[in-house]
Write a protein that binds this ligand. Sequence first.
Ligand code: NAD
Length: 361
Amino acid sequence: MNKRIAVLAGDGIGPEVVRAGLRVLDEIAQKYGHQFETKQALIGGCAIDATGLPLPQETVDICKQSDAILLGAVGGPKWDTLPGEKRPEKGLLDIRKELQLFANLRPVSVFSSLSDASTLKKEIVKDVDLMIVRELTGGIYFGEPRERKEVDGEEVAIDTLKYTRSEIERIIRKGFELAKVRNKKVTSVDKANVLESSRLWREVAEDVAKDYPEIELEHMLVDNAAMQLIRSPKSLDVVVTENMFGDILSDEASMLTGSLGMLPSASLSAIGPSLYEPIHGSAPDIAGKGIANPLATIASVAMMLKYEFSLEKEAEAIEKAIDAVLDAGHRTVDLAQGEAARSTDEMTELVIQQIKAEAFV
Ligand code: NAD
């Protein structure tokens, strides 16, 4: 297979973990006989420094000409005082819009060797394996009007929560498609007891479910979902929800695993290449020290191979290698509990050696 990958390393630890992901990708290419051509482009703070914009047009063009995108992270204190339109995070919102990255997939599975790392009891988190599917290009983060104004002498701020039937349908359908190859259950999360947009969401979910009779659909109010995620996460399979609810619930779910440094994500496009990235940010507090956990980015590379290129065996080889390295007791600084922590490079090398040693899956 011959594929082009746009690489947006970004800021802080972004370049460090992306380098790790690309080393693992190289190993997969060699072992399985593929060619991955990578092209670097700027996003976030480094793009602001170089061009004045968080998402230069050249980056959009490189992404559109690629088969997939690997992103590190953006942001940092250096750019925190810039106005909203000019901040690094605006680069992320813009690329979601430009490439219509409408579905954010966050798998949350707890590695058995790490079940002690969670703040929850081991018996609650052991064997958790769920997927949060968050709508990413609609809802209150994008709705218009969004403004501040003065009404009757008082300052008022307005955001708008708006969804069309087709926006809801495509994300719900994605949830059902994923459930088909998982445990055949979709939990649709809304706030239908209060919000009109949620009442439409629920109706659409019911309509889509008619096309998937083999899959169980349950509706859950978002406040209850926040509770069930920490009460009985094993009862969940695919959780599909709108943008802001998904933003909050997916961070809550990430804590089931104990570390942000472990979790990958995919943002699937409606029109072209999809984007793969770790869920963590640029971690300015540890940037440049060579100690960031690279596993979330390496797992994001595995997601890219699986979801974008249908290279299931290759993705599985990476996942098994991560598992084996953790089982052998190796930990980065965010996971270490007394034992000596491995550096980013050491952890990456351990994964590579494990892939080399694995029989072809
Ligand atoms: P963060 O995820 O960067 O860091 C939170 C904590 O987790 C820090 O203590 C950090 O050291 C640790 N951490 C994160 N990833 C780690 C890893 N791979 N290995 C070891 N430890 C890790 O979140 P934050 O501190 O809230 O945000 C920092 C910056 O990142 C901000 O500018 C924020 O806007 C940005 N951010 C970007 C993204 C993105 O690019 N998708 C996502 C979230 C935050």
